[in-house]
Write a protein that binds this ligand. Sequence first.
Ligand SMILES: [Zn+2]
Length: 103
Amino acid sequence: MRDLITSIDSTRLGFFKSILDEAEISCFIRNETTSQLTNIFIGPLQPTLCLVDDADFERASGLLLPHQTEGACTAEEWICPACKESNPASFEVCWKCQAAPNE
Ligand SMILES: [Zn+2]
């Protein structure tokens, strides 16, 4: 098992997971629902997308790289007119609500 991406945005992690599912890479999200009890005893946990097989790491990273905006150049992002979510330039429709960008 290997951690791939940690994000407080579990919606985004779910989106990444769907990409890996489609590529038949075994993965799962842990800490998706953290209880208050957990936060008290071992600190707040962020949802993390994990790979079942470490050997898939490079392939998975390559698949998700175009979809990751954090730390990347943000100049080419477009903002969804419907839900105001930011999308990478390579996306033809909003990753969140499937709306098309305004030209
Ligand atoms: Zn949208």
